[in-house]
Unconditional design. Structure first.
Lengths: 112, 114
């Protein structure tokens, strides 16, 4: 049973436009959510996080939105740049030093 | 945030042999996590390694196959034992990065079993 789902395996966006990556979860105990970016042959890099007490968190071009009632979060990248092309993982955890549960990832391609 | 040195970065191993992966953290951390990413799949947690106690394994992973050591608060090893081609994956270690409430990952070990 997959607790964190990223239903779009891939996404193509033109440079300068908005990229929207979606993530759904089933475990209502999750209260902390993270997005990671991963380039080939490298470990995942932390991008942005949000706790369940918020519904939005911004960091530069990256914004994460959380809809707790729908158990849905999304990552918005605007404007998208070719360097953003990577696999993006959504992850979730229960509070504290607990391991993350990852989605399968969405491969974003930003076309110049 | 914590910096993790993971090695080897990649290896090609013969079926039936074992490989030990090392992770060194530049600060003391309570818990270290070991993940596996099989081709085209998500990151899957193998086990949580606490210093001074046995690692806690997730369903589908056993100590005989993936023995873990955690001799101190900055170091851990994961061994992939009696390897088969199905063990070909990227293996990553991770620690919590308290400063940004995220988790830091090692650069990964790309293992190919032939």
């Amino acid at each position: 049973d997959q607790q964190v789902k990223q239903n779009s395996p891939s996404l193509s966006v033109q440079e300068g436009r908005i990229s929207i990556l979606n993530c759904d979860y089933t475990n209502s105990m999750f209260d902390y959510f993270l997005w990671y970016k991963k380039y080939p042959a490298e470990g995942p890099t932390f991008l942005i996080s949000i706790s369940s007490i918020k519904d939005k968190n911004e960091d530069g071009r990256f914004t994460v939105f959380l809809n707790k009632s729908a158990k849905h979060l999304s990552l918005h990248i605007v404007p998208s740049q070719p360097g953003d092309s990577a696999v993006y993982f959504c992850a979730a955890s229960v509070a504290g030093n607990t391991p993350l549960v990852f989605g399968k990832g969405t491969r974003l391609s930003v076309i110049a | 945030s914590a910096v993790i040195s993971q090695k080897p970065s990649r290896d090609i191993c013969q079926r039936g042999t074992s490989l030990t992966i090392q992770c060194q953290v530049d600060s003391q951390v309570t818990m270290m996590f070991w993940y596996r990413q099989q081709p085209g799949q998500s990151l899957t947690l193998i086990a949580t390694a606490n210093q001074g106690s046995e690692a806690t394994y997730e369903s589908g992973f056993v100590i005989d196959k993936f023995p873990i050591s955690r001799p101190n608060l900055t170091f851990s090893t994961l061994t992939v034992s009696n390897m088969s081609p199905e063990d070909s994956s990227i293996y990553l270690c991770s620690v919590e990065a308290r400063e940004r409430y995220g988790y830091t990952f090692g650069s990964g070990t790309r293992l190919t079993v032939v």
